[in-house]
Design a protein around this ligand. Structure first.
Ligand code: ADP
Length: 186
């Protein structure tokens, strides 16, 4: 059973690595950032609630994200495990996930670590290449601050409560990082 959480600052490479882990282990990759961007594009009620927060680089309210994820985790493809990318991003979200017993406990929390100067460079590069609406300099800075304030405590939450956290160095070639992750997960 592989119920995995990927945690790490914006630009750490979670999405890139998550796609590879999904392919290797055959578990669904659940990215709340992607789900929210889809909802925004489709102008669903969830999308409308999320739009201004996402564009500013602020967090979407916990209740909105929690219900999105809980619905997703009840689908049959999650029965043998899943890879959560971008969730939980607050301690309240982590508590909500713990309370929802349906999918059982989390097996591992992988912290992808990258120094902040590197993060900013990567995000600025992605802003040039992909033009994502929340990849402007101001929102990048805000997302990094929000990570320190709201999401870093989630790492402590899992460290204290369950001792599930494994730290993986996210610096280096994409293949090197994938190899480090596989060493942890195999
Ligand atoms: P990044 O890791 O580069 O910041 P994501 O694609 O994971 O990008 O998230 C993009 C945006 O979506 C976040 O800045 C936030 O506004 C929103 N978001 C994603 N996941 C969550 C979450 N679990 N809780 C609240 N907001 C979220």
């Amino acid at each position: 059973m592989r119920r995995i959480i990927f945690i790490g600052p914006p630009g750490a490479g979670k999405g890139t690595q998550a796609a590879r882990i999904r392919d290797r282990y055959g578990i669904p990759w659940i990215s709340t950032g992607d789900m929210l961007r889809e909802a925004i594009a489709a102008q669903t009620p969830t999308g409308e609630k999320a739009r201004t927060c996402v564009e500013a680089g602020d967090l979407v309210p916990d209740d909105v994200v929690v219900s999105l994820v809980m619905e997703r985790l009840t689908r049959p493809d999650c029965a043998d495990g899943f890879l959560l990318d971008g969730f939980p991003r607050t301690v309240a979200q982590a508590e909500a996930l713990d309370t929802a017993s349906g999918n059982g406990p989390i097996d591992s929390v992988i912290l992808l670590e990258v120094p902040s100067e590197t993060l900013f460079e990567r995000l600025a590069g992605r802003a040039r290449d992909e033009g994502r609406a929340d990849d402007t300099e101001t929102t990048i800075r805000n997302r990094l601050l929000v990570y320190e304030k709201e999401t870093a405590p989630v790492v402590d939450y899992y460290r204290k409560k369950r001792g599930l956290v494994v730290t993986v160095d996210g610096v280096g070639a994409v293949d090197e990082v994938t190899a480090r992750l596989q060493a942890v997960l195999d």
